[in-house]
Design a protein around this ligand. Structure first.
Ligand code: TYD
Length: 406
């Protein structure tokens, strides 16, 4: 029986997605034999409502000098983080000498804005390759894992913080206790923690099971974050839905009583209860929807194979690792995956070892079908790939349901 990372009560597993490799573990031929696998599954805590992985992978196995995810690959995400930064500046950086910290600052896509506005900032990023990209751009970055001890070090060096920001990172901490203890210490009396992560409400609604992989340990809701905040002397004061990454929720936390709680919190919690996020039934239904998608997608790929159509994967996302390995999509069904990230190109996909080729390969000779693994960037991608469609190509999407888009 698995215990909840947050409240230690027994969780109820609701989906098992098989033996999986590291989602961002793109590898060379020589590394196939030593590839690491773990059991990927998710469960729901009936006590504190946190949805979570049933097994956590060591952070050092995922975040290191060869970390393959560079935030700056999407133009839309750059705009998104600029808007995020502007909003923080307007609402929370009006005091003298404002200071911002970002947990999981990657290549500096968010902090670049504060740097441009000459606002004092510090990025905490444990993967040295992406941290170096940020440092090279002049963004103040420490290559470290954030925890309560590091918070003391930051206070000693710079003092307390007005805004701690985090995007797609808080969900990576099963041991979120040490993070929130550190956050509480680090914040000024009116300081805020603002973070956004994939929203369990969207995952359930869209059957976007591919958001479940090693790096995403926690799947937040307003219900679970409100409980979590209270445990560490913090209060959830605002929530805001974001369209990016397939649907996220942005949470603002402050010290208890420091701000008036916005009506957005009660509204969102009301909606979550209405949709049954606090009951097990909705999670069981989700599993049934995943099985249907698996059946539909595999039938389609096998049919296209028989018809001798060329099918490739578009974007070697972390999410694609879950889909490919749970469904058993072999290089026989998917010729290659095209991706714009140099560190992934020339390597093979985790687990099923589908070759990763540069974007130019796709442009040079369009396939008949492209399976869109970066469905969350669908609008941006479909807008720039009009030529693929006009030359007869078709997209295969699988979220929320399997369909062909012409
Ligand atoms: P994302 O959905 O952010 O990935 P993840 O599931 O890992 O969070 O997509 C980023 C990946 O998609 C990255 O490997 C680059 C690739 N990509 C392309 O190849 N072309 C594109 O036009 C975009 C937007 C992304």
């Amino acid at each position: 029986m698995k215990k909840c990372f947050i409240c230690q009560k027994t969780i109820k597993p609701f989906i098992f997605l098989g033996k999986q490799p590291i989602a961002n573990g793109f590898l060379l031929l020589n590394d196939f034999k030593k590839e690491y696998f773990y059991n990927l599954g998710a469960g729901y805590c009936p006590n504190c409502f946190m949805v979570q992985l049933t097994q956590q992978v060591d952070a050092q196995k995922m975040f290191h000098e060869n970390y393959a995810f560079y935030s700056g690959t999407s133009v839309l995400m750059k705009d998104h983080f600029k808007e995020f930064a502007k909003d923080v500046q307007k609402k929370y950086l009006n005091g003298p000498k404002p200071f911002v910290v970002e947990i999981g600052s990657n290549d500096g896509i968010m902090l670049q804005n504060f740097s441009d506005w000459h606002i004092s900032h510090l990025g905490i990023e444990p993967s040295s390759n992406v941290a170096k990209v940020a440092k090279d751009k002049g963004i103040n970055t420490w290559c470290e894992f954030f925890n309560s001890k590091l918070a003391d070090k930051i206070i000693n060096e710079y003092g307390k913080v007005d805004a701690i920001l985090s995007a797609n990172t808080m969900c990576q901490f099963g041991d979120i206790k040490t993070i929130l203890i550190g956050v509480e210490k680090l914040l000024k009396d009116k300081g805020v923690l603002i973070f956004e992560d994939p929203y369990i409400g969207d995952i359930l609604k869209k059957t976007s099971y591919d958001q479940i992989y090693d790096e995403h340990v926690l799947y937040f809701s307003a219900l679970s974050v409100q409980n979590l905040a209270k445990k560490y002397g913090l209060e959830l004061i605002n929530v805001e839905h974001q369209e990016v990454h397939g649907g996220e929720l942005r949470y603002t936390l402050a010290k208890g009583g420091a701000y008036k709680v916005s009506s957005s919190v009660a509204d969102r919690i009301g909606q979550e209860k209405k949709h049954g996020l606090n009951k097990f039934g909705v999670y069981k239904k989700f599993r049934q929807n995943v099985e249907q998608t698996k059946k539909d997608l595999m039938e389609l790929l096998n049919k296209l194979k028989k018809q001798k159509k060329t099918v490739i994967g578009y974007a070697a996302t972390s999410k694609s690792t879950t889909v490919i390995n749970y469904f058993g999509i072999t290089p026989n069904l998917l010729e290659y995956i095209s991706d714009t990230t140099p560190i992934k190109q020339g390597k093979f996909s985790p687990g099923m070892h589908i070759p990763i080729k540069p974007y130019e390969t796709f442009k040079e000779k369009y396939p008949d079908y492209a399976l869109l693994f970066a469905w969350n960037h669908g609008k941006e991608i479909m807008a720039k790939e009009k030529e693929f469609i006009s030359s007869g190509g078709k997209w295969i999407v699988y979220v929320p349901k399997v369909k062909i888009v012409k």
